[in-house]
Design a protein around this ligand. Structure first.
Ligand code: NAI
Ligand code: MG
Length: 357
């Protein structure tokens, strides 16, 4: 049976994950859900944000459904024991190198964006961000003393931007395959006019493109991509980029939608294993009050069905059900507008279950 590690975590994590489980249980697929503590909850029971048993479960599972981690009460812990370290540990041990962040704005919610509705209504793009390399991990790095001018010592910080051909190749393959499942257009974002790393990136992506003749490939420099994302975001389908550029562009794309509670994400390794989580955090300010929007987590479960469990029809069913409840006018507080019907976390989960066709 398909084994899913359920790591609900902290804050609103348990509430929103419970709604996603409700929806998964309503499908005619059998799953073996195995819960385990992570983040602050992991620290509370095992003295570590990623307890060994939790990691072992995640490694043995077909996929990981993750809520969120982090709570103010852990802010004084040393960095290696902070809840957020659990995500870094899972990325590293599960070798999650591809981060898929859709930015979808349902027409009903277009007024949530700070951009004009006609620019963003029905936006549906996917950012594929490389997650394991680039300037965040390249060596050497550090802070050292240098001579500034003739005599004066001064400190300088330095990092190394680095990508190997094989790292670019594998993220490009994920992006081309994702594009094949969508409208078959891929934009690769780099800074090949000034960076050697980006030149290799571009050459490699062009080479990988030979294996995907049905996908139309284009290239943009990152500064231009940032402009186009705001000017005409609907012109994009899938965007592939490195860790640094992807970090920034995926947050920018998320804000085009204006609905942090609606955005799912997937982090994939080679093979089909993946970790699925909402793009938002643990929202301790609204935890335990039945206020959180569970749709980002429910949509993450749909991504899990599509990318790890090879059940695209079930993923489609969930996404259609989410559209349907929005069309019915149901809204959690974060996306509520006058004239729509405000519901809590659990009622939203129940409504999605009911809307499954
Ligand atoms: P956040 O995403 O948790 O919250 C930002 C704002 O959005 C808050 O006002 C919150 O109430 C609201 N919000 C977030 N998700 C929502 C939802 N589903 N429904 C309705 N409203 C929602 O980011 P913040 O406040 O910066 O961080 C809070 C904690 O979460 C911190 O400990 C942070 O480190 C952690 N965090 C964890 C992440 C993860 O588990 N992957 C990612 C980002 C932050
Ligand atoms: Mg970021």
């Amino acid at each position: 049976m398909t084994k899913i590690a359920v790591l609900a975590g902290d804050g609103i994590g348990p509430e929103i994950v419970a709604q996603a489980l409700k929806v998964l249980e309503a499908l005619d697929v059998s799953f073996d859900f195995e819960p385990a503590p992570v983040g602050g909850a992991g620290y509370a029971v095992a003295g570590h944000p990623l307890p060994a048993a939790t990691l072992a479960l995640a490694q043995a599972a077909d996929a990981v459904l993750f809520g969120a981690v982090g709570d103010w009460k852990y802010d004084t812990l040393p960095r290696e024991l902070r809840p957020e370290q659990a995500i870094l540990g899972l990325r590293k041990h599960l070798q999650l190198f591809a981060n898929l962040r859709p930015a979808v704005l349902y027409a009903e919610l277009a007024s949530a964006s700070s951009l004009k509705p006609e620019i963003v209504a029905d936006l549906d793009i996917l950012i594929v961000r490389e997650l394991s390399g680039d300037i965040y991990f390249g060596q050497p790095r550090g802070i050292r003393l240098v001579l500034d001018g003739a005599f004066k010592d001064c400190r300088e910080g330095f990092d190394t931007m680095r990508y190997s051909e094989s790292e670019v190749r594998r993220i490009a393959q994920v992006a081309f395959q994702a594009a094949q499942k969508r409208s078959k257009r891929l934009t690769s974002v780099d800074k090949a006019n000034v960076l050697e790393t980006s030149q290799l990136w571009r050459e490699t992506v062009i080479d990988v493109a030979r294996d995907y003749p049905d996908v139309e490939l284009s290239h943009l420099y990152v500064d231009n991509a940032a402009m186009q994302l705001v000017r005409a975001p609907k012109a994009f389908d899938v965007i592939v980029t490195g860790n640094l550029f992807g970090d920034i562009l995926s947050d920018q794309a998320a804000m085009l939608t204006g609905s942090i509670g609606m955005l799912p994400s997937a982090s994939l390794s080679a093979g089909h294993k993946g970790l699925y989580e909402p793009a938002h955090g643990s929202a301790p300010d609204i935890a335990g009050q039945d206020l959180a929007n569970p749709l980002a987590t429910i949509l993450s479960a749909a991504m899990m069905l599509r990318y790890s469990l090879q059940q695209p029809q079930q993923a489609d069913r969930i996404e259609a059900a989410v559209k349907k409840v929005l069309a019915q006018g149901l809204r959690t507080a974060d996306i509520w507008t006058p004239g729509t019907h405000k519901v809590g976390t659990q009622a939203m989960g129940d409504a999605v279950v009911k809307a499954l066709a």
